[in-house]
Each structure stands twice: as structure tokens, then as C-alpha cells.
Design a protein around this ligand. Sequence first.
Ligand code: FMN
Length: 161
Amino acid sequence: MRTLILYGSKHGCTAKCAYLLRDKLENADVIDLSQNSSVSLSLDDYDAVLIGTSVYVGKINKAVAKFCTANLDKLKAKRIGLFVCCGLPEKAMEQLETGFPKELVQAARVKAYFGYQYEMDQLNFFERIIMRLVGKHRNETAIRHAAIEDFARSFVQENWR
Ligand SMILES: Cc1cc2nc3c(=O)[nH]c(=O)nc-3n(C[C@H](O)[C@H](O)[C@H](O)COP(=O)(O)O)c2cc1C
């Protein structure tokens, strides 16, 4: 079985998680949707597609949302897993479920929250202002390695059924 991991990441956290996930799976390729919008043809080569996004001001990554909407029928025919990186753990699942197309959320066999990361020197002027308003001033890394491990494990188990 071949697995494709697609992601959209603005400052690298979701990218890092996508590669950590790749390292726990056999035969998985990784593509950054922000850099490659024309992956639709190569979807045919994969049985499973895992899609990750970060969240900014309540919205999932634009390239991810656009890709999922444009390829919804093809994606629904695959084994699907969804993951999210965002700073609000209590809102993570809600943001995932409202951000991705509803039918894709329903089709997903695994959904998970992989944590977050802030690196102040990577943020632009407006992003820093927003972070100051919510009381965040320092770099923080809170990637949930155990959640990535669990996601990989349950996805492999799902695929055996
Ligand atoms: C300007 C700004 C806005 C953000 N808005 C949200 C938000 O609405 N909800 C949330 O849960 N996290 C929010 N975050 C946190 C990011 O989702 C988090 O830092 C994530 O790890 C970024 O992933 P990326 O590096 O892959 O883009 C925000 C972060 C920044 C800098």
C-alpha cells in the first residue's frame, strides 16, 4: 500500500509533523501543497492520503482547503486521515472539522491534533501583533510526538481491516 502525505504549513510546524509521520510509515511520500498545486494526477498512485494543515485566525491553510475541495471525489475513494497543528488544543478538532470539507471529515478514518510551534522571528509584523494581543511573546514548541505515533499506529491498523 502506498501512502501520500499532503500538507500546508506557513512557518514549518505542520511540515515537521508531516515528516515525523512519514518516518513512522512504510512507503509514504510527502508533498507540500503550498508549493505544488497540481498533485491531482498523481493521486491515482496512492491508496491512502493523509492531509495536514495549520490554522491561522480560525482558518485552515488555503492551499489545503482548495486542493481538498477540487479533488473531493478522488479523495473520498481513498483511505483518508486528517491532522491539524494549531495553538488552541481545546479548539483543534472543531477547527479541523469546520475547515476541511464536511464529506472528507466524514470519510476520514483517523483525525488528530499534533500540537503547535511558535517561532517569533519567523512571524511577520501583523502576526507578531496578533501574538502580542493574545499574550504570546516567546518561542514555544509543543509538538505531540505521542499523537503522531498513535495516528500512524491506528492508521496502519485501520488499513488492515
Ligand atoms: C498570527 C497567528 C494566528 C494564529 N491563529 C490561530 C488560530 O486561530 N487557532 C489556533 O488554534 N492556532 C492559531 N495559531 C497557531 C498556529 O496554528 C500554530 O503556531 C501552528 O503550529 C503553526 O503551524 P505552521 O508552522 O505549520 O504554519 C496562530 C498563530 C499565529 C502566528
